[in-house]
Design a protein around this ligand. Structure first.
Ligand code: FES
Ligand SMILES: [Fe+2]
Length: 343
C-alpha cells in the first residue's frame, strides 16, 4: 500500500494497533455487550457466560449480524438459522444435518483482548505488545480504570468529518475560546502541559477559576479515585481514542473510528461515573453526573459543527504550515501516523 491512501491507512491502523474499547463494568454480567462500527465491519465485546470476548459481529454459519444495538444485555443467538454461542462454544442448530461438514471446526472470528486494570483493549493483528504500545501509560490507565464505577451516558452518531480531522480537533485547545464559549471555555483552562508516551499523549491543564477549583476540591471527598488530576486532563491513545476528565469525577471516553464512507467517522462518546466512597449516597452525585453528561454532549455537538466545515483533503501527514503552540500535539500525531504506516 501507499501510506497516502487514507482508507488503507485507516484499515492498517485498526489492524496493527490495540484499541481501548470498553470498561469492565459494561461487561460485568453474562450476555452484556458493546458494539462498534469500523470501516464497514463491526466488532463486539461480549460476556459469553465464562469470559469477555471480542469478535467480528458475523455468524460463523453464513455471516448474519448477531448484535444490533450499541450496547446492552442480550443472548448471543443468530436469528437466521438459530445458531448460538455461550462459554466459548458455538451451538449448531440441528447439528446432525451438518454431519457431512467439519462441524468441529466451527468458530467465531475472534480478536485479541487484553486488560489494563479494568479497561479492555482489543486488537486484530497487533504489531507490538499492548504495554509497549502504551509506552509507560499502563499504570496511569489501570489506576483510572479502577476509579470508574459504571457507564453513565452513551452517545453515538455518524460524524460528518474524516476521523483525522475530528481527532486533531480533539487534540488542540486552540479552538476552545471560539467554539466552546459557553461550555468548555467556562472552565478557563490555563495553558497546559503536554507529556508524550510513545505515540500517546497526555495534556493536563489547571482550571483558571479559583472558586470552581475550591468547589471541585470539596467534592473530592465523595469519591474513591486512585488517579486524580486537579484540573482538566485529556489522554490521547493512538490511534482513535481520547479520554478526558475534570478532577476525575467522571471519565469521558471518545472514539473517532474510521468509516467506509468518505469524509465520515464513527463517533462514540461514553461518560463513566467515578467510584464513590462507601459512605457517599449515589443520589448526591447524580446531578453532577447528569450535568457533566449534558455538558459533554454540548461540547461534542459544537466540535462536530465546526469539523463538518473542514474538508478531508485539507489533511496531510506533513506538519501544518502554521500552528499555534497549543496545537503542538498535531505535529506529534502526524509524526506518529507516518511512523505507524511506514515499514
Ligand atoms: S447465518 Fe447464522 S445461523 Fe445461519
Ligand atoms: Fe472542542
Amino acid at each position: 500500500m501507499t501510506i497516502g491512501d487514507p482508507d488503507q491507512a485507516s484499515a492498517r491502523l485498526w489492524a496493527d494497533n490495540w484499541h481501548l474499547l470498553a470498561h469492565r463494568s459494561e461487561l460485568a454480567e453474562p450476555r452484556d455487550f458493546v458494539r462498534f462500527d469500523i470501516l464497514g465491519r463491526e466488532v463486539v465485546l461480549h460476556h459469553d457466560g465464562a469470559s469477555v470476548i471480542a469478535f467480528d459481529n458475523r455468524c460463523p454459519h453464513r455471516g448474519a449480524r448477531i448484535f444490533d444495538g450499541d450496547a446492552g444485555r442480550e443472548r448471543f443467538l443468530c436469528r437466521y438459522h438459530g445458531w448460538s454461542y455461550a462459554k466459548g462454544r458455538v451451538f449448531v442448530a440441528d447439528k446432525a444435518s451438518l454431519a457431512h461438514c467439519p462441524v468441529d471446526q466451527v468458530a467465531l472470528n475472534t480478536l485479541r483482548l487484553e486488560w489494563i486494570g479494568d479497561f479492555a483493549f482489543v486488537a486484530e493483528a497487533p504489531v507490538q505488545a499492548l504495554e509497549d504500545q502504551l509506552a509507560g501509560l499502563a499504570p496511569m490507565l489501570a489506576a483510572m480504570s479502577r476509579g470508574i464505577a459504571a457507564r453513565w451516558d452513551f452517545n453515538r452518531y455518524l460524524y460528518e468529518a474524516d476521523w483525522r480531522i475530528a481527532l486533531e480537533n480533539a487534540l488542540e485547545p486552540y479552538h476552545v475560546g471560539p467554539i466552546h464559549p459557553d461550555t468548555l471555555a467556562t472552565l478557563k483552562l490555563q495553558p497546559g502541559k503536554n507529556r508524550y508516551y510513545g505515540r500517546n499523549s497526555v495534556w493536563s491543564a489547571p482550571l483558571g477559576d479559583e472558586r470552581m477549583v475550591k468547589r471541585m476540591r470539596s467534592l473530592t471527598r465523595l469519591f474513591d479515585l486512585p488517579h486524580q488530576f486537579e484540573g482538566y486532563e485529556s489522554l490521547y491513545l493512538f490511534p482513535f481514542t481520547m479520554i478526558s476528565s475534570t478532577f476525575g469525577f467522571s471519565q469521558s471516553v471518545q472514539h473517532f473510528l474510521p468509516a467506509s464512507a468518505a469524509g465520515r467517522s464513527h463517533f462514540t462518546s461514553r461518560l463513566f461515573a467515578g467510584r464513590l466512597k462507601p459512605a457517599t449516597k449515589p443520589d448526591l452525585v447524580a446531578p453532577l453526573m447528569a450535568s457533566s453528561a449534558a455538558m459533554n454532549r454540548a461540547v461534542f455537538d459544537e466540535d462536530h459543527a465546526i469539523c463538518k466545515r473542514v474538508p478531508a483533503d485539507t489533511w496531510s501527514m506533513d506538519p501544518p504550515r502554521f500552528w499555534a503552540a497549543s496545537e503542538e500535539k498535531l505535529l506529534h500525531f502526524r509524526e506518529s501516523y507516518r511512523a505507524a504506516l511506514s515499514g
